[in-house]
Ligand binder design. Sequence first.
Ligand code: DC
Length: 214
Amino acid sequence: MVVAIDGPSGVGKSTVSRAVAAALGLPYLDTGAYYRMATLVTLRAGGDPADPEAVLTALKNVEVDFVGGRLLLDGVDVSADLRSPEVTASVSAVAAHQKVRVAVVELQRAWVERHGGDAVVEGRDIGTVVFPHAPVKVFLVADPEVRARRRAGDPEAAGHTIDSIREQIARRDHLDSSRETSPLRPAADAVTIDTSQLSIAQVVARVLDLVGTL
Ligand code: DC
């Protein structure tokens, strides 16, 4: 069974997804890490993230796995590099390329298949595109101000003002929701949870309730 957890950044997706996975004893997949990985390999190869062919070329011949919440590139844990300002600045452009999405979605589906088809999968298009038949689909949202404050606590936000974080969130939301391919939006059958006034434990409990009612 796939539990799909979608939503923009700063709504608590990763924390909630990890906790739900732990409670259910299921593996956890962060699909955003794959778009970040595609960005990292392109930048490392000296390619232009705005050029889909450069990204696809960089993705060829790399071995990717996601183990225990860490992304392994050719066996090396690059999770910290995925959060660098350079990768964060270019990842929306990479994630907007249709051909790149097709290749990345294939890697994500193969990962879930290798894990017997059971996983908690976090992203933007899991309920709409990657696993449209997932029995549990959750779409998390939160007030922009709450999201900016939560993001400010992340290591990748170190040294940034709350204003610049709010602006960056708004810019990425716009790019992610207005792109032609797999824009950020809830699936018709997703349950939307506003996490603004909820603790992580409360959100996790709601998701586990949804799983329990299957
Ligand atoms: O969740 P994140 O911030 O690590 O995601 C990085 C980028 O990847 C973000 O700009 C949105 C994009 N993304 C996507 O387009 N589809 C997904 N399933 C996951 C992330």
